[in-house]
Design a protein around this ligand. Structure first.
Ligand SMILES: [Zn+2]
Ligand SMILES: [Zn+2]
Length: 445
């Protein structure tokens, strides 16, 4: 039993007394120790997910494995297939919850990449989420009287494609959460990397087929429309902000050279550092697609391929606490300005970061391999990655304890969240964010 009287005094958990600080330190030790105790089981969990990679929304084995893992742990209420076929929820609540218990969330991803397996290391994301939640529970369950805490672990499928977190957000799975934590494998330790907003488009041109030599004037060439669309976008690049990205491919360009193609299809990804900028860029890109249809006489259809992902909002207060805890565990956070200012990938955690204050740091896994490569798949399944993965889980659990024990920190976390949302709705928000908090080239989607 650990006495929490001091922390629960009239000035609840202000950490003004030595006793409060000692209690917090004791809990951090317990969290780290308990994560270490589970190391073997956690490594086996992660390796099982890694060895049977499954694509977005089809992570059935990973789902079963994670649900089975929590079902064997005492005190967790587990809900398989929670709102999605391959999502789950595991919850733990202290026996005597307070009037409005603080609700902390941890997220697990576990989808893989086609042809590459776990080349983004999402097996390690699952492990970090599980480990941090187990550590936090172990730290708090013997604190008396109860602090009134609620822990939720959400299994969130389909990050690489589709956006499972967005489905879950829309279904209310994040309602009532106060703070949410996850961490993503990368090439370095960084508390925040500027993951950008993204929308994927499918563009279809409908023309008219005809003999390409005998009477070509009777045809309407849909491949010409696709080529023009591609070139229009390339021409637009001179007027694009350095933080904007557009990349696409022609997925259907006709059947035979002697038939004027009546149908063509392109897929494009459009990225920008804020939602507002993404709206602006989308309009310009759509104008490029439409102009190609007008010039060739084709009919055009443009439709989003899946949910749009928002940029990830930073939370300075959470990041500061995470860095302090990480450094105590030996993490060396990157200071490379090139990496810190690089435009990078996108994640469905972006949408979560607009709904709940949270943190999505990146962590080194003992390899210089780049995400989405075969070398990274190997690294994500290696023994070396385990030390770094568990260290990250410890830092997350310790950061959660800071939030729980320091009401001033929780207040700052909430204020940062509000401010960043306001800034993002304003102009050039993310450029300011990047300058102030430093991000690195990240490696998510
Ligand atoms: Zn990825
Ligand atoms: Zn990823």
């Amino acid at each position: 039993m650990i006495a929490a009287q001091a922390a629960l005094g009239a000035d609840a958990m202000s950490l003004e007394s030595c006793a409060d600080r000692a209690l917090l330190e004791q809990c951090k030790h317990r969290a780290a120790e308990s994560i270490q105790r589970e190391a073997e089981q956690l490594a086996a969990l992660s390796h099982d997910i890694w060895s049977q990679p499954e694509l977005a929304y089809k992570e059935h084995r990973a789902h079963e494995r994670l649900v089975g893992f929590f079902s064997c742990k005492q005190g967790w209420e587990v809900e398989p297939r929670y709102k999605l076929d391959t999502a789950f929820r595991a919850r733990w609540q202290e026996a005597q919850p307070g009037a409005s218990p603080l609700h902390v969330g941890f997220l697990c991803e576990y989808d893989a990449l086609p042809g590459l397996g776990h080349a983004c290391g999402h097996n390690l994301i699952a492990e970090v989420g599980v480990a941090a939640a187990l550590g936090l529970k172990a730290a708090l369950e013997d604190v008396t009287p109860s602090l009134g805490l609620k822990i939720t672990v959400l299994g969130t499928p389909a990050e690489e494609e589709g956006g499972g977190k967005i489905d879950l957000l829309q279904a209310g799975a994040f309602d009532g959460m106060d703070v949410v934590f996850m961490a993503h494998p990368g090439q370095e330790d960084a508390s925040y990397l500027p993951d950008v907003a993204i929308i994927d488009f499918c563009v279809k041109y409908y023309g008219k087929s005809c003999h390409a030599a005998a009477y070509p004037w009777e045809g309407v060439n849909a491949l010409d429309a696709a080529v023009l669309a591609y070139n229009n976008v390339s021409t637009l690049r001179q007027q694009m902000k350095p933080t904007w990205r557009v990349h696409g491919v022609i997925t259907n360009g006709g059947m035979k050279p002697n038939i004027i193609p009546s149908y063509s299809e392109l897929e494009f990804s459009v990225r920008a550092s804020s939602r507002k900028d993404l709206d602006k860029l989308q309009e310009k890109i759509k104008a490029c697609f439409k102009a190609a249809a007008d010039a060739t006489g084709c009919r055009v259809e443009m439709s989003p391929l899946s949910h749009g992902y928002d940029n990830v909002l930073p939370n300075k207060s959470l990041a500061k606490s995470y860095v302090e805890n990480g450094k105590r565990l030996g993490m060396q956070f990157t200071t490379d300005e090139v990496v810190l200012n690089m435009v990078s990938g996108s994640t469905d955690f972006g949408n979560v970061s607009f709904a709940v204050p949270g943190i999505h740091p990146y962590f080194y896994i003992g390899s210089d391999a780049l995400n989405h490569t075969e070398a990274y798949t190997e690294a994500a399944g290696s023994k070396e990655a385990q030390f770094y993965t568990l260290r990250t889980a410890k830092a997350l659990a310790m950061t959660a304890l800071d939030v729980i024990f320091k009401p001033d920190l929780l207040q700052s976390v909430r204020e940062d969240f509000k401010m960043m949302k306001l800034m993002d709705d304003g102009s050039s928000a993310c450029d300011k964010i990047r300058e102030s908090s430093g991000g690195a080239g990240s490696a998510s989607r």
